[in-house]
Design a protein around this ligand. Structure first.
Ligand SMILES: O=C(O)CCC(=O)C(=O)O
Ligand SMILES: [Fe+2]
Length: 323
């Protein structure tokens, strides 16, 4: 199916047309589906472009060149802690290892290739299945990862993405995730780890959950979709080279976004995508909430914007209510 033809709220038709029944089954039973590149409709060229952009951005941000086969050319370190999270303290407590990963953020603003992945019909249909309603984007990030013993530590960093939602959780996802494997996923290569069926446990993982974790092994270009309740983390990368992941994180409309998409995304960029209307919808650019007020007159005009006026007269000209 072409992105141009995809419409939200026609889900079972989209699932059948896109041949997604096996992945809906995996989502239902395991809480996570691995969709091979041939099913996603995404070209190798698009994956190559995403990789080239992320490697260039990684060099631009850190100052070190990066190579898929060997990792960063130079050793990296975190900045001295300025406030809040003291990495130094965590490191002393054995909870942080060497620097082997960082994130690149707000990728929907970065390039058309990332915008098209946000509205990829296969990803959207599977995410919509987990939520039972129109998904919206919460954030679009990349995990840039290379070799290192520690990774997320002994418990593999297991967590559920919808961790801010009060428990007990039900079958409807409040968040769900589409991880695009921009490089091959193997256990030694630092693949995603997850606990099959954990989306039915209705809450966050216990301390020993990693004993039941399995690796998500998948070829480059695969799409991994998982329910916001599914316990997941990642293995450390023991093999040379890099693992690159695009994590498009979606939300149920009742959940606030991680990124301030409404104010941070230049709406003109939506036109530079394969389906501007759908992208605007998923980014929530035209969503009625929160009301887009700027000054007091605008407050009156936007909001509900539905006021009575005197019968038989044209609509009343409203002046600011507070000056
Ligand atoms: O692969 C990883 O490092 C973890 C990914 C993850 O937690 C996520 O995308 O929510
Ligand atoms: Fe996560």
């Amino acid at each position: 199916m072409n992105i141009k033809d995809y419409k939200i709220h026609n889900l079972s038709a989209a699932v059948s047309k896109l041949n997604l029944e096996p992945y809906v089954l995996q989502l239902e039973v395991d809480g996570l589906a691995i969709v091979p590149p041939a099913v996603t409709g995404v070209s190798t060229d698009a994956i190559d472009t995403a990789v080239a952009l992320l490697l260039a951005d990684s060099e631009n941000i850190t100052g070190s060149a990066f190579n898929l086969e060997t990792g960063p050319d130079e050793e990296l370190e975190w900045p001295a802690p300025a406030f809040g999270l003291h990495l130094g303290d965590l490191k002393a407590a054995g909870e942080v290892g060497e620097v082997t990963q960082f994130q690149l953020q707000s990728l929907a603003s970065r390039h058309r290739v990332f915008r098209n992945l946000v509205i990829n019909p296969v990803a959207l249909a599977l995410i919509e299945h987990t939520m039972g309603t129109q998904p919206m984007l919460s954030s679009s990030n990349a995990f840039v990862k290379w070799r290192g013993k520690f990774g997320y530590g002994n418990n593999l960093g297991l967590h559920s993405d919808q961790l801010h939602v009060p428990t007990p959780w039900g079958p409807t996802a409040f968040n769900a995730n589409a991880n695009w494997c921009l490089t091959e996923y193997t256990k030694e290569g630092g693949a995603l780890a997850f606990v099959p069926g954990s989306h039915r446990e209705s809450g966050r993982p216990p301390a020993d959950a990693h004993e039941r974790a399995v690796a998500v092994e998948a070829p480059r270009g695969s799409l991994v979709v998982f329910h916001g309740a599914t316990w997941h983390g990642a293995y450390p990368r023991s093999s040379p080279g890099m693992r690159l992941t695009l994590s498009n994180y979606y939300r149920h409309p009742c959940i606030q976004p991680q990124e301030d998409v409404r104010n941070g995304f230049n709406p003109a960029l939506a036109d530079d995508s394969d389906n501007p209307g759908l992208l605007r919808q998923v980014l929530g650019l035209d969503h009625p909430a929160p009301y887009p007020t700027t000054d007091n007159t605008e407050r009156v005009k936007f909001g509900m914007g539905w006021f009575p006026h005197v019968k038989g007269r044209p609509a009343h000209e409203i002046s600011p209510l507070i000056v």
